[in-house]
Design a protein around this ligand. Structure first.
Ligand code: ZN
Length: 97
């Protein structure tokens, strides 16, 4: 018998990982109600996957606060030199044909 190791559905009425990840993001955006915070805390106590997810999300969030320009430049073409841009363009052309 094959098991996935994914225990989300175990136990009745258990808070799903999907909902947990939603609340983790929401806690950064708008904050959580007392009930939401309690449910999330309970889920995190039993789910290592979501604990890791939260660590990751909080880490990225902190980075964004501390170095907003660094985070922005990741999405900007400005950080590319002309040469790099040309090389990328060549790659794109090559895979096209
Ligand atoms: Zn989970």
């Amino acid at each position: 018998m094959k098991t996935t190791g994914f225990s989300e559905a175990k136990g009745k009425g258990m808070f799903s990982c999907k909902k947990a990840s939603h609340l983790i993001s929401a806690s950064l955006d708008r904050g959580l109600t007392a009930g939401e915070r309690f449910s999330l805390r309970f889920h995190l106590a039993i789910c290592g996957m979501c604990r890791n997810f939260r660590k990751h999300v909080y880490f990225l969030h902190d980075m964004k606060d501390q170095w907003p320009t660094a985070a922005d430049s990741l999405h900007s073409d400005e950080s590319l030199t002309d040469e790099a841009r040309e090389r990328i363009q060549n790659e794109i052309n090559r895979t096209d044909h």
